[in-house]
Design a protein around this ligand. Structure first.
Ligand code: NAD
Ligand code: ZN
Ligand code: ZN
Length: 347
């Protein structure tokens, strides 16, 4: 079968021919119907050989941590699934036994690192292939009649902002403001989730008017160019007070500086992007009672909820399709910043 693999540190990923896997006991083989391209893939491929190895990533690595497919084959002992079922893959695999996993929060599994359990595409073979192995039926959520290509990215670009935003909802009633920094794959879904679930006015930040067009299209009330004047512009929009929540889908030094600068007393500052930034937090550097959070992905139950939002027509991913053969081009487009919404590979 064909797979898009990262084979050499520092080189572009390539389409290779590898053996079709077969499911072991308790596993499920999916025929992949869609695989989303996330900026975290670029992050992984930007690591030095040393950092890449330190993260425990193998070479070659079949990419793709947003996956959807139809069940092609069931491993021994797998029940409650039928060949042909359409499913989405819950990606942050955990042990299934610890206290976090018992709550469905496998994204914060306490045993995964020690037991070498890694998400597909971020250690285990991922979804950018004709077939993929899912280690446990627990990691599959029924898609029903949701289109796999249009919705595959909800498994990360939907689930991650959903998890980030849900925690802050008690602070986002009517009359409040929320800032979304970076309106790409995650951010443009985050804006829609805020529209669907909160009463907040949404202020979206990105680097060009062209990028901000998508933000407006999906429901941002205000748009601001993300530069050194952004914090002042946000203060002006909010009558000087600042905002009740910031969701930073970039996470670079300058965006994090903006994030804390515009936080009103008691606000949540949530850093989702892994842009390498840090920010100083202490008396006098942020408003009183500001909470800074670094969330990762989301829980299994939250994935079910995000798919329900899509079924209700409340979120829609802007997608651009690529064939598996054109997979390297999808990654190039993402790296160049020319993707509108999410690039999705359709094997
Ligand atoms: P993306 O490339 O689709 O979108 C990023 C957006 O940020 C683009 O629109 C870009 O123009 C914009 N941007 C870049 N620099 C900016 C700046 N200085 N100010 C404002 N906007 C800026 O990326 P994505 O797939 O949406 O991922 C976003 C980030 O989230 C990445 O760092 C990714 O690795 C990370 N991520 C984190 C998690 C998590 O669990 N914490 C999960 C998925 C992705
Ligand atoms: Zn991702
Ligand atoms: Zn666990």
């Amino acid at each position: 079968m064909k797979a898009l693999q990262y084979t050499t540190v520092g080189q572009h990923p390539e389409v290779v021919e590898i053996e079709k896997p077969s499911p072991g006991p308790g596993q499920v083989l999916l025929k992949v119907t869609a695989a989303g391209v996330c900026h975290s893939d670029e992050y992984v491929m930007s690591l030095s050989a040393q950092d890449y190895a330190a993260q425990g990533y193998p070479l070659p690595l079949t990419l793709g941590h947003e996956g959807a497919g139809v069940v092609a084959e069931l491993g021994e002992g797998v029940e409650h699934l039928q060949v042909g079922d359409a499913v989405a893959v819950y990606g942050p695999w955990g042990c299934g036994r610890c206290h976090q996993c018992a709550q469905g929060k496998e994204n914060y599994c306490v045993n995964a690192a020690a037991e070498g359990i890694k998400p597909p595409g971020l250690g285990a073979p991922g979804s950018m292939a004709e077939y993929m192995i899912v280690d446990d039926p627990r990691h599959l959520v029924p898609l029903g009649d949701l289109d796999p290509v249009e919705n595959v990215s909800l498994t990360d670009a939907g689930l991650t902002p959903y998890h980030a935003i849900k925690t802050s909802l008690p602070k986002l009633g009517a009359g409040t403001y929320a800032v979304v920094i970076g309106t790409g794959g995650l951010g443009h879904v985050g804006i829609q989730i805020l529209r669907a679930l909160s009463g907040a006015q949404i202020i979206a930040l990105d680097v060009t008017d062209e990028k901000l067009e998508l933000a407006k299209h999906v429901g941002a009330h205000h748009t601001v160019i993300s530069d050194e004047h952004a914090a002042d512009a946000i203060r002006e929009i909010t009558g000087g007070l600042g905002v009740q929540a910031v969701f930073d889908f970039v996470g670079a030094g300058p965006t994090m500086a903006t994030a804390v600068a515009v936080a009103a007393p008691d606000a949540d500052v949530t850093i989702v992007g892994i842009g390498g930034g840090t920010v100083e937090v202490g008396f006098g550097t942020v408003a009183f009672d500001v909470a800074v959070r670094i969330p990762y992905w989301g829980s299994r139950s939250e994935l079910i909820e995000v798919l329900d939002l899509a079924r209700a027509g409340q979120v829609e991913v802007a997608t651009q399709r690529y064939s598996l053969d054109d997979g390297p081009k999808a990654h190039e487009a993402l790296a160049a910043g020319t993707v509108r919404g999410r690039a999705v590979i359709v094997p």
